[in-house]
Ligand binder design. Structure first.
Ligand SMILES: Nc1ncnc2c1ncn2[C@@H]1O[C@H](COP(=O)(O)OP(=O)(O)OP(=O)(O)O)[C@@H](O)[C@H]1O
Ligand SMILES: [Mg+2]
Length: 277
């Protein structure tokens, strides 16, 4: 497993705080995979992401992009932020311009693309994210879920090499969530590495092919979903439950279980049920 982004022994304390929010954090995001970072409130997921885009700087330890330590100079940070795109947990922190269209096209304009190309890519992204009806709507009039979608669109349109999403499904309805997953899978299919911090363990189990668990500013577990989500006792100690499908599967009599591992999604579950008839 080759890491695209890595924190090595990173410690970080917010100004004025008593305890560090990242505590000798060693964490690696594998290149080319779909990674879910799980962990209870306050475990440091967002703080790690803010380090990944160089907004915060480690007090000790090193952040690495493709094995190269971060350089905290303007030019290097600008390059880094073209390679690593972060969708913030709170969309209010991300949206800066007046309308949806202006905001989604902002990064492209900053990258000095031609006006025609800016329009083509922005319109395509608005369409993909189902935002076209709100293209000219002032952002402050949008619901939180729509703001989240606008923030996502503004990062996706820049086509980063690594896409980091902080709680991307918070505030999204089911339809928007499905649309998001489809879009993430499409992006991943193009060779972009995707990592999300999420409280939705069902989603993590169905979507991710690599799981990282954070607890008190450290990475305490890593592995495939099948591996991580069988360790019920360890997860419970970190304040996490099992995904619903794993719980249900464990409750089945042994002769009803098809194969050695619980199904990853409802379709696979239904296929298993078919064999019971
Ligand atoms: N701006 C800040 N100033 C001071 N302390 C902060 C700040 N932001 C976060 N913290 C603290 O740092 C720790 C880690 O917070 P962080 O937001 O990274 O966790 P998280 O895993 O993203 O949590 P959540 O699941 O609630 O989003 C927490 O103890 C939090 O109180
Ligand atoms: Mg967070």
């Amino acid at each position: 497993m080759k890491p695209i982004l890595e924190a090595s022994d990173v410690t970080f304390t917010y100004p004025g705080a008593q305890t560090p929010s990242l505590h000798q954090l060693n964490i690696r995001i594998p290149e080319g995979k779909r990674t879910a970072i799980c962990g209870p409130n306050g475990s440091g997921k967002s703080t790690f992401f803010l380090h990944a885009v160089g907004i915060h700087r480690p007090k000790s330890g090193t952040m690495l992009w493709k094995d190269a330590p971060y350089v905290y100079k303007n030019e290097d940070l600008q390059r880094l932020r073209r390679q690593v795109g972060l969708v913030f947990q709170d969309p209010e922190q991300q949206l800066i311009l007046h309308t949806t269209y202006e905001d989604v096209s902002y990064g492209l304009r900053n990258a000095r693309l031609e006006e025609q190309e800016i329009r083509r890519r922005t319109e395509r992204m608005l369409d993909l994210m189902g935002l076209t009806p709100w293209a000219e709507t002032p952002l402050h009039q949008l619901s939180l879920g729509l703001k989240k979608r606008v923030a996502l669109a503004g990062v996706l349109v820049l086509e980063p090499e690594l896409l980091l999403l902080d709680e991307p499904t918070a505030y999204l309805d089911r339809r928007s969530e499905h649309r998001l997953v489809e879009e993430l899978n499409r992006i991943h299919g193009q060779g972009i590495t995707v990592a999300m911090a999420t409280h939705d363990l069902n989603m993590a189990y169905a979507w991710a092919d690599w799981i990282l668990v954070m607890y008190e500013g450290a990475c305490v577990m890593e592995g495939t979903p099948e591996h991580v989500f069988t360790e019920a006792d360890v997860l419970a100690a970190y304040g996490l439950e099992l995904p619903a499908l794993v719980e249900l599967w464990k409750a089945l009599p042994a002769d009803r279980r098809l194969g050695a591992k619980p199904p990853r999604d409802i379709a696979a579950w239904k296929a298993m049920q078919e064999t019971w008839r």
